[in-house]
Design a protein around this ligand. Structure first.
Ligand code: IFM
Length: 437
């Protein structure tokens, strides 16, 4: 598969994405403890109890990492700032070293002609706030607004774009209902509160950034295409519930000022008092919407309590994550999102990529094929009228894949976690060729 920039609309942007805890090395530079550190230190939560203390040591190696991004011809670098790095206690006294780090990083991007695309929260909640209930606590929107103000007063004048929270579904449902990510809860009431507070915090953060005079503000949601495992009405209803929880809840809050009935059927009694009045804040106007897309799930009815669904066996080739490779889902999400929710608002694919058991001495042909097929899906969505303005690969380099530790390799650049040596993979070189053409 071959691509060139001319295969996409003029001004279409290509980029790569990472996040702070996954690459920086949280043990460096005076960052405070986070709920990921305590989650990882609890046996059984993370493969081999691995954590982000060193990760890729991007904290010290950021300049060479930015050189690698620039050398491949990327337009945009999507990165995140760490709340606990700039506010070790979550509120109160800032860590000057942390703010200086992001200042240098943004200047480093600009010096290399890269557009800095900042995300304020990519999951490492300061432990001091987790101790107070984290996303369950109704004070989160205030704490998040203050954190937004601190960071963006420093770098907001130079970032190209900003988004408050990466993947609200992971922050809330995956972490509070499924217990798969920090804080590892399995509690329906905590889930309802987290889902709503995440959206409310998003809205407050957007307002803070607007008040600072910032432009090009967006939201980044992750979506998973859901299809019924059979034609039975029960399986169809189960797939609809999955879609409502995973995808339509967040889009509904952001663009319609309403939550889907299928979600309220389960979470309604547990939402915080007065939640219906928060939509004007949640719906703070956006300049773009980011979609993170990886896979599809086949869903069947399950005879247990709400939401009464289960994943059915997959039918297509899988990535190292065990995720089906299903590029049509990306095409269909882009088309459906524009049609049903965001209209003419520019859409960005803010994450897409695959984990693969890469070895440094073997070309990652599977990743090249994955990226190629998903770029074709983007082209198909554009041809169908979806206003897609850019595509960013997850991820720049192999990194900490949360509860799966360092084993799942998503990078365009191989990282040897013993020596921390970076080696660009065949996919890096393929994209460099496509992007420079
Ligand atoms: O590594 C994650 C990232 O932090 C958020 N989106 C999905 C990626 C792959 O699981």
């Amino acid at each position: 598969m071959q691509f060139a920039r001319t295969d996409f609309p003029e001004g279409f942007l290509f980029g790569v994405a990472t996040s702070s805890y996954q690459i920086e090395g949280h043990g460096f530079g005076g960052a405070g403890p986070t709920h990921w550190d305590s989650f990882a230190a609890t046996p059984g939560n993370v493969v081999r109890a691995e954590h982000g203390a060193v990760a890729c040591d991007h904290y010290h190696r950021w300049a060479t990492d930015l050189d690698l991004i620039a050398a491949m011809g990327a337009d945009v670098y999507r990165f995140s700032t760490s709340w606990a790095r700039v506010l070790p206690e979550g509120t109160g006294q800032p860590n000057a070293e942390g703010l200086d780090f992001y200042d240098r990083l943004v200047d480093g991007m600009l010096a290399r002609g890269l557009k800095p695309a900042a995300t304020l929260y990519h999951w490492e909640l300061p432990q001091a706030l987790a101790d107070q209930g984290g996303w369950r606590n109704a004070d989160m929107p205030d704490w998040f607004a203050d954190y937004t103000h601190l960071v963006m007063s420093r770098i907001g004048d130079r970032v190209w774009s900003a988004a408050p929270i990466n993947e609200p579904w992971c922050v809330s449902w995956l972490s509070h209902f499924e217990g798969a990510h920090a804080p590892g809860l399995r509690d329906i009431r905590a889930t309802a509160r987290a889902m709503h507070h995440v959206l409310l915090s998003h809205g407050r953060s957007i307002q803070v950034m607007r008040d600072l005079g910032m432009k090009n503000l967006g939201a980044v949601c992750n979506f998973e295409w859901a299809e019924p495992a059979s034609d039975s009405p029960e399986d169809i209803a189960a797939a609809n519930r999955y879609d409502a929880i995973y995808n339509r809840f967040f889009l509904g809050g952001l663009f319609k000022g309403a939550y889907p009935a299928e979600v309220l059927a389960g979470l309604g009694p547990h939402l915080p008092k007065g939640w219906e009045d928060d939509f004007p804040t949640i719906q703070a106007p956006l300049d773009w919407l980011g979609l993170n897309y990886y896979t599809r799930k086949l869903i069947r009815h399950a005879d247990h309590a709400w939401p009464s669904y289960a994943e059915a066996p997959t039918r297509l080739p899988l990535t190292q994550m065990g995720w089906e490779i299903y590029p049509d889902g990306l095409r269909d999400f882009l088309i459906r999102t524009a049609r049903d929710y965001s209209g003419t608002l520019p859409l960005f694919v803010t994450e897409n990529g695959m984990a693969n058991p890469d070895r440094v001495d073997q070309p990652d042909a599977a990743r090249i094929a994955y990226l190629g097929s998903h770029l074709q899906a983007v082209q198909a969505a554009i041809a169908a009228g979806a206003p897609v303005a850019g595509y960013f690969v997850w991820s720049l380099m192999d990194n900490y894949e949360w509860s799966l530790g360092y084993e799942k390799r998503f990078g365009l650049i191989h990282v040897d976690f013993e020596t921390l040596a970076r080696t660009p993979k065949a996919s890096y070189h393929a994209l460099a060729q496509w992007w420079r053409d």
